[in-house]
Design a protein around this ligand. Structure first.
Ligand code: PEP
Ligand code: MG
Length: 581
């Protein structure tokens, strides 16, 4: 019967296949008394030598398949295997307790594993699994049992196991294994890390899947979501076959475009940037081929705590993003960090924001920061300090007036002066920009351009404020429409104003990642698109297929349209002809 099982998506992909249930034979540990300590010691040593030989073979195979860095996992295993403290402890057990080599080894290792498994640190906890991996192999070698061979399995096998050790994973028959699933494990377990390098879909931490399946059961693994379907119906197979094809096509596209720039047919390069909410997002951004961060929403750092983050805590977060955003040659990518944008739909429990009738029109973002300058100054100091480690740009949200910009710049200058006096390094040329989220800035962009170094259009808010449509109100969501000619006029005014004023302009609202709008925005002259990481390849692909002249002509036609319907018709016609959308 069909059954749905949920786990953790450890390595992305989709697979449809048959269960290969991987269960080791029960290991027999002799718990009796032994007087022959010397013989037991010899068994222990021989077992260790054999284990080392096997690990060296696996290490070499891994180096060939995955490269030296992944093979180094097994150097770590060999170091653990040869740990003299562990060895002495086990010998002591053999001699004092008069027990068998395998019994002593099992007891000695379990003490170590328990200690590691109880640690807070996830990484160290996962190392208990490595030690368990070595111990298993060592024990099997002492008692003379063979470990199940995973290197030749039936076609389309989905390996289902209680746990897969790194050495199991390294031996997987890559021709025939299409995915694996385990009862236990987390995303940072070495087997998960290796699965990602091997590009094998994997779902871990399912609880008890080994008890629910039998060999040869038909099974689907959606390692994009962590969903598993046991004994799927025909319609599930059809659905996931299609999803798998789409995923593979997307992956291929991504691979081809990852290291390419977003460059139009006539050679115009635009930024393909990403938005992030935390330093953890950076690896995904780089993996997807973005060459900058167009928006780091720092308020999540504030929301994750039960008090304001300190200057040092903020500094560490910003520095880590600035340092890791670099290309393969170590050139730093731009990282645009927005000052705290609290209020509206984002609250800070420890700040006790007053209840407001219209929070989106209320005390939010820069308004709070200018009323409470100590908050902004702490953030500015952290940003300035971090700017010594990369290419940081500072961005202010929710601006409506030149006074706000000037006041913010004054505070920034004060912070710079403080740091100079304290002898702390920072980027003296650090850029200060603003988000264009209100009609007040969009339509006066040329004048704001004289005050700042760059703009970024926040279409999420610009749409809501231009149309007076609450972005979170379900009831009127059909009115929330960035293609509304009024909103498009605001966007165009912002881009024209930026260029008239001589500064660059990007977009970091969701509209930047909307494939349907790429040509229109490119035609208007947008300099960079900043979006969620998964949209980067698609937007690059669009840019590669268009040129400036025809995109500008599209803009001219669209700006004459009076309704969204007409706008979309015009855009779709263009996209169909040039992009194949
Ligand atoms: C925007 O308003 O478009 C934007 C990017 O900011 P946020 O979504 O965080 O309000
Ligand atoms: Mg906004």
């Amino acid at each position: 019967m069909k059954k749905l099982i949920k786990g953790i998506d450890a390595s992305p992909g989709i697979a449809i296949g048959k269960v290969f249930l991987y269960k080791e034979e029960e290991l027999f540990i002799d718990k009796g008394e032994f007087d022959n300590s010397e013989i037991q010691k010899e068994k222990l040593i021989e077992g260790r030598e054999k284990t080392k030989e096997q690990l060296l073979i696996i290490r070499d195979k891994t180096a060939k398949k995955l490269g030296e860095d992944k093979a180094a996992i097994f150097d770590g295993h060999i170091t653990l295997l040869e740990d003299e403290d562990l060895f002495d402890e086990v010998v002591e057990l053999i001699e004092d307790e008069k027990i068998s080599a395998e019994n002593a080894l099992e007891q000695g290792i379990s003490g170590y594993c328990d200690m590691l498994a109880n640690l807070e640190d996830e990484y160290l906890r996962e190392r208990a699994a490595d030690l368990g991996d070595i111990a298993k192999r060592w024990l099997y070698n002492i008692v003379g049992m063979d470990i199940v061979d995973l290197s030749s399995l039936p076609e389309n096998s989905i390996v289902v196991a209680r746990d897969l050790t790194p050495s199991d994973t390294a031996q997987l028959d890559l021709k025939n294994v299409v995915a694996f699933i385990t009862d236990i494990g987390g995303k940072t377990a070495h087997s998960s890390i290796m699965a990602r390098s091997l590009e094998i879909p994997a779902v871990v931490g399912t609880g008890n899947i080994t008890e629910l399946v039998e060999n040869e059961n038909s099974i689907i693994v959606d390692a994009l979501t962590g969903d598993i379907i046991l004994n799927p119906e025909e319609k599930d197979i059809l659905f996931y076959t299609k999803k798998r094809e789409e995923y593979l096509a997307d992956k291929e596209l991504l691979k081809q475009l990852k290291d390419k720039q977003a460059i139009s047919k006539d050679g115009i390069v635009v930024g393909a940037w990403s938005n992030i909410g935390s330093p953890k997002d950076v690896s995904g951004v780089l993996r997807n081929g973005a060459n900058g961060i167009g928006l780091y929403r720092t308020e999540f750092l504030f929301m994750a705590k039960d008090r304001f983050p300190t200057e040092d805590e903020q500094f560490e977060a910003y520095k880590s993003v600035a340092e890791s955003m670099e290309d393969s040659e170590g050139n730093k990518y731009p990282v645009t960090i927005r000052t705290m944008d609290i209020g509206g739909d984002k609250s800070l429990p420890y700040m006790e924001l007053p209840h407001e009738e219209n929070p989106f029109l209320g005390w939010r973002a820069l308004r709070i920061c200018l009323d409470r300058p100590e908050i902004l100054k702490t953030q500015f100091r952290a940003l300035l300090r971090a700017s010594a480690f990369g290419y940081i740009k500072i961005m202010l949200p929710m601006v409506i007036s030149i006074e706000e910009v000037r006041k913010s710049r004054e505070l920034l200058e004060e912070c710079k002066e403080e740091l100079r006096n304290e002898g702390i390094k920072f980027d003296e040329k650090i850029q200060l920009g603003i988000m264009i989220e209100t009609p007040a800035t969009a339509f006066r962009a040329k004048w704001f351009a004289k005050e700042v170094d760059f703009f970024s259009i926040g279409t999420n808010d610009l749409t809501q404020y231009t149309l007076a449509v609450d972005r979170g109100n379900e009831r009127i969501s059909h009115l929330y429409d960035t293609y509304n000619p009024g909103v498009l006029s605001a966007i165009k005014a912002a881009i024209d104003g930026a260029h008239d004023g001589g500064i660059p302009i990007s977009m970091c609202g969701e509209f930047a990642g909307e494939a349907r709008a790429t040509a229109l925005l490119f035609g208007m002259g947008l300099d960079a698109f900043s979006m969620s990481a998964i949209s980067v390849a698609r937007i690059k692909k669009n840019i590669i297929k268009i040129d400036k002249k025809s995109s500008q002509e599209l803009v001219e036609r669209v700006m004459l349209m009076n309704t969204t319907e007409e706008v979309l018709k015009e855009i779709d016609k263009f996209n169909n002809e040039f992009i194949g959308l």
